[in-house]
Ligand binder design. Structure first.
Ligand code: ATP
Ligand code: MG
Length: 230
């Protein structure tokens, strides 16, 4: 399964989401590779201490790394170049659009979804950085996105300082410690939210495959010729 995480807005947890989705699947004994397709190479920097349970590979070396992987997660960068976007989308089985409850982020996800609807690749918005004290803004965000016919994952990723500490230390949030070296009390809330998102992404992918049973995600028909003729 090829999952691409992207969006136009900066700082909406694209890299954090890629790192954690990949980590959850790796912890479930899947062979995972994280491809860094962002020119800023943030995923590479995140994984530089080699504490993540999978390799982080620059896009230029992706072909070999993808061979043999069960799941390839790409930390992408949404491009305004139509050809680049087309390649990124068509090279994916499913696309995840991290979106914060802020209006600009919602607007950009709606804009991106309009473009994505031109392809046959399933996509879903994932609400991230959801402040538990402002649940109503997350609810409003879901309503707006769904109003534009956008699939929104039920799992919401909470706003937690544990994510920032985790990134600083090059680990995933479940291993996050504060400045004094004490485990962050809410770190597992963040981990479980990404775990739930992984399950939903797998379901969405399966549903899409069921719907398009005879054709591969990139549109090639692998049905044996005799069956097609019959
Ligand atoms: N759920 C969260 N709660 C709190 N902080 C978070 C959360 N998710 C990510 N962050 C922090 O927000 C910052 C931006 O996250 P990240 O780098 O993943 O965003 P991005 O969309 O990949 O950014 P860019 O556009 O620069 O690639 C980082 O410091 C990260 O640690
Ligand atoms: Mg990034």
């Amino acid at each position: 399964m090829f999952i691409t995480v992207f969006g136009q807005k900066g700082g909406v947890a694209k890299t954090c989401t890629s790192v954690h989705l990949a980590a959850i699947w790796a912890c479930k004994h899947k062979k995972v590779a994280l491809i860094d397709a962002d020119r800023n190479r943030s995923a590479t920097a995140y994984g530089a201490r080699e504490l993540l349970p999978y390799p982080v590979i620059p896009i230029e070396a992706a072909a070999k790394a993808a061979r043999g992987a069960d799941i390839v997660v790409t930390d992408g960068q949404a491009s305004s170049n139509e050809e680049e976007l087309k390649n990124l989308v068509e090279g994916s089985d499913i696309i995840v659009l991290p979106t914060t409850p802020q209006s600009r982020s919602i607007e950009l996800t709606v804009e991106m979804s309009t473009l994505l609807k031109n392809y046959r690749i399933p996509f879903a918005a994932l609400l991230v950085k959801v402040d538990s004290r402002k649940k109503s803004s997350a609810e409003a965000a879901v309503e707006i996105l769904q109003g534009f016919d956008i699939c929104v994952l039920q799992s919401q990723i909470p706003l937690l300082s544990a994510f920032e500490s985790a990134e600083t230390n090059g680990v995933t949030v479940d291993q996050s410690v504060d400045k004094r070296g004490r485990a962050h009390s809410r770190r597992m809330v963040g981990w479980h939210a990404y775990d739930k998102a992984c399950v939903e992404i797998e379901d969405l992918y399966q549903q899409h495959r069921e719907k398009n049973k005879t054709s591969s995600p990139i549109g090639w028909d692998f049905t044996p010729l005799e069956k097609r003729v019959a």
